[in-house]
Design a binder for this molecule. Structure first.
Ligand code: ADP
Ligand code: MG
Length: 343
């Protein structure tokens, strides 16, 4: 099937919090097309977050598990063009009839229907027929259905019959996993610290993540130079908007809070709970090490503590790192995160 790219599988679609619901619903749909409560399945999300990949994975999986079923993957643009051709030739019924014979209809990027009123009418007729016959519909969109301006309300209400699941930007760990899988598939290798650096800095979408990897490989072979963080820094300048950022106290506070799962306001208050005191001391230590702020300014960022408190905190952190190996590891890991953020 020329419409389906066999590289787009569930297996190659890394699961994370960002896409778990959509991916699992997709698997269910592929296992029991038409006979599930996700009909239609609407997958939505921004550019490069995996809509086409997931939609195609469903198509590929249905073909594998249900060889008898007729699967069609089509972009909404192509659907609209086909419709307009048939319309010019007075063959709209043929067009609708063709689509009504499909078991699993996958339409990618339905947001483009917004500009095509007549195509929406045809799609409405097809949708109703397929849905009534227990056939499966899978749709993707770059925005949630409710924001699809120019889409007929009767279509939008049908989209609500099934499940709308979104794809979000993968978190850091998932980005690392995606990169590592991609490298494994392509037989590539690069140092873990470079993988981390790329994953840390490319936080827009998966397509850019892949683009960064490709540029990195190209630059490496072009310059006959090993892939290292230095090279990655150069290559990523084209991707990362703000190069060589100045890390701020606020940014460090956020990182530490996230790392220890401590609420931000607790970090600033006078709480004496041990975990929070330590998180606060580590934050001060990192702020001292990685920003150019004075001890006074750092103290002010923690609910108006004075500079002696900051000095004491830094000393405590150093002492604890000598005696407590878990504490030391935490600080080292955070140090690495802050370093990456500051590159
Ligand atoms: P969209 O259609 O949403 O613009 P694509 O499906 O074209 O995005 O995805 C862009 C690229 O990112 C593709 O190469 C795809 O394989 C890859 N990709 C997206 N999400 C994932 C994921 N979760 N795991 C692995 N690769 C992914
Ligand atoms: Mg797409």
């Amino acid at each position: 099937d020329p419409q389906l790219n066999h590289m787009y599988t569930f297996d190659s679609f890394i699961e994370g919090d960002c896409n778990r619901v959509a991916r699992r619903a997709g698997k269910t749909v592929a296992e029991k097309p038409g006979a599930n409560s996700f009909n239609p399945l609407v997958i939505y999300g921004g550019v490069g977050l995996g809509k086409t990949h997931l939609a195609q994975a469903i198509g590929n999986d249905v073909k594998r598990a249900h060889p008898g079923k007729v699967v069609l993957y089509v972009s909404s643009e192509k659907f609209i063009n086909q419709f307009q051709d048939h319309s010019r030739n007075n063959a709209i019924n043929d067009f609708i009839h063709f689509y009504q014979l499909i078991d699993v209809l996958i339409i990618d990027d339905v947001q483009f229907f917004s500009r095509a009123e007549k195509s929406q009418d045809a799609f409405f007729a097809i949708f109703n027929h397929l849905h009534q016959s227990g056939k499966q519909l899978v749709l993707t969109s770059d925005k949630p259905p409710k924001d699809l301006d120019g889409m007929q309300e009767r279509l939008l209400s049908r989209f609500r019959w099934g499940l709308s699941a979104d794809l979000q930007v993968p978190d850091y760990e998932t980005r690392i996993e995606i990169l590592e899988r991609k490298m494994k598939n392509d037989g590539l290798d690069m140092p873990k610290e470079v993988v981390k650096y790329v994953a840390y800095n490319i936080n827009t979408n998966v397509r850019e993540l892949e683009g960064a990897l490709i540029s990195l490989l190209a630059q490496s072979s072009l310059n006959k130079k090993d892939i290292d963080v230095e090279l990655a820094k150069k290559v990523l300048r084209n991707f990362v908007k703000t190069s060589s950022k100045e890390i701020t106290i606020d940014a460090i506070q956020k990182m530490v809070c996230e790392y220890f799962d401590v609420p931000y306001d607790k970090l600033l208050q006078k709480t004496r709970k041990r975990e929070i005191v330590q998180a606060r001391q580590i934050t001060m230590y990192l702020a001292k090490a990685f920003t150019k702020n004075s001890l006074k300014t750092i103290g002010e960022h923690f609910g108006g503590r004075d500079h002696t408190t900051v000095i004491h905190s830094c000393q405590t952190v150093k002492d604890l790192m000598d005696t407590d190996s878990i504490f030391r590891e935490n600080v080292m890991e955070l140090t690495q995160k802050v370093q990456l953020a500051a590159m």
